[in-house]
Ligand binder design. Structure first.
Ligand SMILES: [Zn+2]
Length: 677
């Protein structure tokens, strides 16, 4: 338990960041879900350390995979773990040293006083979860609740027990290691933000390790505009004398050792792949060797055209962590298909053209779906690096617009992560939150339908949301080029609106995705509430920073301005109440038409107006009230997940079988990942 915040007095909860690699569907958070007998027995909320909760993710169905697929999942997981350190190093130049200190202490903690040990554990859990000491929602450094002297004391005690966990390098003294991380861990002013888009120089003031210290935004922009930089996605920019140069991530370049390990395991995986997937792995290996982005494109084209039982992501993919949005963060993810859910998703895909034609926007902006998207529901068995920053719930890749237009994209819903997290949170506090923020006449419908509607909304958001629409013929470049800093929020708003708009559509009911319009209306009410509830995440200031949070705020504040969502005050508490869901849908359609026009025409001013008017600023008094209301509910402020462990069976030095273990603790899992190297 943290010193100044006993559980009962918790402040705002920082819930699962519903981060999609490529996008997120903000989903309502408090859901009741019927459980099967097995699920009743299970623990989803497995551990609490102060205000941090650990939720367990299961991988049902893994046992039913063929032995080849199980072995494939195992080796791809090894290839994912092999890249784990890269992401730590990308986040901060001292990230790996901080991790060594914490793991050294936690590997041999005997004799460290309990209170201090709990504080260190709490901090370590957050570091593992973020692969850094930066909060993944605010991008701000978080500080330990213990002092440097206490850390030194604990570290020396652990070192006397068994110093192996510190992995001291040759000639490196423990005190040297500790002194080296002191500023990075304890000085709030030093490298305060991983990224801060409000900073005068967003590159210079970013703590992330994509650019050498002191390199300015101006210089990087000129470097790439002039065409001198060839590898914006897969390199670090260093300063050499007065010039900039790229350190390319590849064999023989930066992170060579890790990348060679990754390749080693990809080679191990290959014999268990279907043929076209093996070709895919070859192309990925080629790219890791050359560092050439043309090779990456070839890989992506092959990858998007495969649809195997066991699939993976492995590489420098998303650019959210870089203030300039150029540098790919390393991630590894392995999943297998959930057939039943995927069939349901297929129903949406079969009707993409219907939904496109029914969009409430101008026909000039409607597209013809030449290639239908590949979309599936999967169970994740491992997520490492950027994919593990709690919590990715869906993926839409590749990011290259060119490949997407020509070859389509893969939409992957990470169902076990979403569902098991929901169950864990439901166990922990679901009913209390519903009763605090919903009016009594909304409770029953919310419990009955929101969970199912949420699942449909998530898939709509990804497939017919992000996938829909087209730019005006007059636009020479991608809309994002013109809309710049407002683009992400605009696009998330658009995808959300599409999902909301089509939930109550006749086709949606006809396909059996939802039992009735009432289910959609329950979701509307929940969605309105979710904007009020999310205020707890922004403890200081009046700015909502993250694109998906802004999108929800934009939509609900727009609805309030139109009178479709009413702000009621009852006994001094505020409630967001949907007046008439049918009329609310009309208003959503009007906003959607406007948002699409702004995107299609690449209107910077239009996007700016929407985001600045509705999406960006919060009411501080209301926020304080929401935080106060949450403080009366015992809610863990932070969430982390522990994934299943794929345990190999060796025979004559070969891995011949894999079983799944769901008993490992979060700490055991993280230490196992680290020891692996
Ligand atoms: Zn999205």
């Amino acid at each position: 338990m943290t010193k100044d915040k006993p559980l009962i007095w918790l402040g705002a909860i920082l819930m699962i960041s519903l981060l999609f690699a490529g996008c997120v569907a903000p989903t309502p958070e408090e859901i009741t879900k019927p459980k099967t007998a097995i699920e009743e027995e299970r623990e989803y909320l497995v551990e609490q350390v102060g205000n941090l909760a650990v939720y367990r993710i299961y991988a049902d169905g893994f046992e039913d995979l063929s032995i080849e697929d199980q072995l494939l999942a195992y080796w791809l997981t090894q290839a994912a773990i092999a890249g784990r350190d890269i992401f730590y190093h990308q986040m901060h130049s001292q990230g790996l040293d901080i991790r060594r200190v914490l793991e050294g202490v936690l590997s041999a903690p005997e004799g460290i006083e309990e209170g201090l040990l709990q504080e260190i554990k709490h901090y370590a859990y957050r570091v593992w979860d973020s692969s850094s000491n930066y909060d993944q929602r605010t991008f701000k450094k978080f500080l330990p609740e213990f002092t440097y002297d206490e850390l030194v004391r604990a570290a020396h005690r652990a070192n006397e027990n068994d110093g192996a966990g510190f992995e001291l390098k040759e000639g490196e003294a423990l005190d040297e290691l500790l002194d080296g991380v002191r500023k990075a861990m304890f000085d709030p002013g030093f490298d305060a933000y991983l990224k801060n888009q409000e900073a005068e120089d967003i590159v210079k003031e970013s703590a992330a390790n994509f650019y050498d210290r002191g390199v300015t935004e101006n210089k990087v922009v000129r470097f790439y505009d002039s065409g001198k930089g060839k590898n914006p996605l897969n390199s670090r920019v260093a300063r050499k004398w007065f010039r900039l140069e790229e350190q390319v991530y590849k064999v023989g370049g930066l992170y060579s050792e890790e990348i060679e390990q990754i390749i080693y395991y990809l080679e191990k995986a290959k014999p268990y792949c279907p043929e076209n997937q093996a070709e895919c792995l070859d192309l990925l290996i080629e790219y890791y060797r050359s560092g050439d982005l043309v090779d990456f494109e070839k890989f992506n084209i092959a990858w998007v055209q495969t649809n195997p039982e066991v699939d993976f992501i492995n590489g420098f993919i998303e650019v959210y962590q870089d203030p300039l949005g150029l540098k790919g963060s390393w991630e590894g993810l392995v999943n297998f298909i959930n057939k039943e859910k995927t069939e349901t998703v297929q129903k949406i895909i079969d009707e993409v053209q219907y939904y496109e034609d029914s969009m409430p926007w101008k026909s000039d902006y409607k597209k013809v779906w030449k290639e239908k998207p590949v979309a599936k529901s999967v169970s994740v068995v491992s997520e490492i690096g950027d994919a593990a920053t709690c919590c990715v719930i869906g993926i839409n890749l590749p990011n290259s617009q060119k490949i997407r237009e020509e070859y389509g994209s893969k939409s992957i819903a990470l169902d076990n992560v979403v569902e098991d997290l929901d169950r864990g949170k439901q166990d922990a506090y679901g009913v209390q939150v519903l009763e605090e923020f919903a009016l009594p006449d909304e409770w029953e419908a919310a419990s009955k339908w929101v969970s199912q509607a949420d699942w449909v909304a998530l898939n709509f958001h990804e497939i017919i949301g992000h996938g829909s629409g087209k730019a005006s013929e007059s636009l020479a470049k991608d809309p994002s080029f013109y809309i710049k800093g407002y683009y992400n929020t605009l696009e998330e708003t658009r995808a959300e609106l599409v999902a909301l708009y089509f939930l109550p559509d006749d086709k949606t009911i006809e396909l059996g995705l939802l039992p009735s319009k009432d289910a959609a209306w329950a979701y509307y009410r929940d969605y309105a509430r979710s904007d009020l509830q999310q205020l707890r995440r922004f403890e200081t200031g009046n700015v909502i920073g993250e694109a998906h949070n802004q999108a929800t705020h934009l939509i609900v504040q727009y609805l309030i301005s139109k009178g479709e969502v009413e702000v009621k005050q009852i006994d001094g508490k505020h409630y967001y109440v949907v007046k008439d869901p049918v009329r609310m849908r009309e208003a959503l359609g009007e906003l959607l038409a406007e948002v699409q026009a702004v995107k299609s025409e690449g209107s910077y001013e239009g996007a700016k107006h929407l985001v600045e008017t509705y999406g960006k600023y919060l009411d501080e008094d209301l926020r304080d009230e929401v935080i106060e209301r949450y403080s009366n509910i015992e809610i863990p402020k932070y969430s982390v997940v522990v994934m299943p462990w794929l345990v190999p069976t060796h025979e004559n030095g070969r891995v011949v079988d894999v079983s799944i273990d769901s008993n490992e603790s979060y700490m055991e899992q993280q230490l196992r990942y680290s020891r692996y190297n």
